[in-house]
Write a protein that binds this ligand. Structure first.
Ligand code: HEM
Length: 413
């Protein structure tokens, strides 16, 4: 077996390495081929197992009793900080029996059938955002993140939660500081990443405390009203549980969709034949969206912790060990995808794991698909030409593969 490449030059959980170099596809490809359950011991963070094959991510994702989410959902390049009981666990950090009880409370709101009543509104929000950009003239330059892919999920999530429109931009700042806490552009002055995220969460709770009070008095169809009405065994949720719901929807629904939409735009710029195919045949939109999620894999990793000793591909995972599920690696697995390093919008079936797998499968997958579809349907067919107008500026994060700025230049048809 040849030695693992890049262990010294790319720390697989270091935010800065992702900002400077993008995804470590060379390391992941090497691991899949030579050591798919690779023991990572470099850096100051805890040692952990890198799970890089599609089959193994699936196996672990589908075994929530043996691999739990509660102890840690991400792995840091720094020594672990114990924030104790400071914040209540959100859905994504829960294990059974709580997870299934809480997930049932909301599942029905997010099924494709239930979402049908939102289709029109998501379409209207996307149309408004794209038309505002296109109204600037036949030729233009913009930061695609600022103009399209950031405002769209912010608007949709804020509207679903029931925030008054003037407050929508608040979500932008909070999610940047929670998800992008390690990024110098978003970090609070004089604070480290963990302090920045904690301050932003506290501010978010302050805001939602007031909104919850208002929705209790004047409930409507929105999600915050639903959170105030939910019951478990005949009892309404505790106040902090309601806060946890607000937090997870805000945090999970924004940066992910933003970066899938941005990364997809970049892929279309770099693969103009695929852009032309989609412009010529709108029926390719659905497979194209799945390919964008596979290609971008916006969530780099989530972690699980083993509840018992377990042997995987000859490696002895011990009780209490951390495993990192690298979705970006699973989504380039040569055993599952034909030509995985080709961006092909007609790829079908597309068994990507971009939305996760198993009990924690993304609650908002359908919302995200609708948003991306609407944005692309309004923007892409109008383009006669499109190119990069400057460097791609990436986020410091080993959780979300983020793009902070995507400068593009275009001419409309
Ligand atoms: C392209 C966009 C998105 C991607 C790539 C994505 C990715 C993921 C992934 C990988 C997970 C699995 C977590 C795990 O296994 O531990 C997840 C869970 C989750 N996502 Fe998404 N997500 C996206 C959009 C959204 C949106 C728009 C929402 C909300 C409206 C959302 C809400 C959630 C929630 C609440 C969970 C936790 C589910 C649970 O623990 O049962 N996501 N997402």
């Amino acid at each position: 077996m040849s030695a693992a490449p890049h262990v010294d030059t790319f720390n697989i959980v270091h935010p800065q390495d992702y900002a400077e170099k993008g995804y470590p596809h060379d390391s992941w490809t090497w691991m899949r081929a030579n050591d798919p359950v690779f023991r990572w011991e470099a850096g100051e963070g805890i040692p952990f197992w890198c799970i890089t094959k599609h089959e193994d991510v699936t196996l672990i994702g589908r075994d929530p009793a043996r691999f739990v989410s509660g102890p840690r959902l991400t792995i840091s390049h720094e020594p672990e900080v114990d924030i104790g009981d400071m914040f209540p666990p959100t859905l994504i950090q829960m294990d059974n029996p709580n997870h299934s009880t809480y997930r049932k409370l909301i599942n029905k709101r997010f099924t494709p059938g239930a979402m049908r009543r939102y289709d029109h509104d998501i379409e209207t929000i996307a149309a408004e955002i794209v038309e505002k950009l296109l109204a600037q003239g036949e030729e233009g330059e913009c930061d695609f993140v600022e103009s399209v892919s950031a405002p769209l999920p912010i608007a949709v999530i804020a509207w679903m939660l029931g925030l008054p429109k003037p407050d929508w931009p608040l979500l932008f700042d909070w999610t940047n500081r929670i998800i992008g806490a390690a990024d110098p552009d978003y970090q609070d002055e004089g604070s480290n990443a963990s302090e920045t995220a904690q301050t932003a969460i506290t501010e978010l709770f302050g805001y939602f405390t007031q909104l919850v009070e208002e929705k209790r008095k004047n409930p409507s169809e929105d999600l915050v009203s639903l959170f105030t009405q939910m019951e478990i065994e005949g009892k309404k949720l505790e106040f902090m549980d309601i806060m946890a719901w607000c937090l997870i929807i805000v945090v999970a629904g924004n940066e992910t969709t933003r970066n899938a939409t941005t990364g997809g735009m970049l892929a279309f710029i770099q693969n103009q034949d695929q852009l032309r195919s989609l412009q010529a045949d709108e029926t390719l939109m659905k497979p194209a969206i799945e390919e964008v999620v596979r290609w971008t894999s916006p969530i780099i990793h989530f972690a699980r912790t083993a509840t018992e000793d377990y042997e995987l591909r000859g490696k002895q995972i011990k009780e209490g060990d951390a495993v990192a599920l690298f979705y970006g690696s699973a989504n380039r697995d040569e055993d599952v995808f034909d030509e995985p390093f080709q961006f092909r919008i007609n790829r079908w079936p597309n068994r990507h794991l971009g939305f996760g797998i198993g009990e924690h499968f993304c609650l908002g997958a359908h919302v995200a698909r609708l948003e991306m579809e609407a944005a692309y349907r309004h923007f892409l067919p109008r383009l006669a030409e499109v190119e990069l107008a400057g460097p791609v500026d990436r986020l410091h994060s080993s959780l979300v593969g983020g793009v902070k700025r995507l400068p593009i230049r275009y001419r409309l048809a």
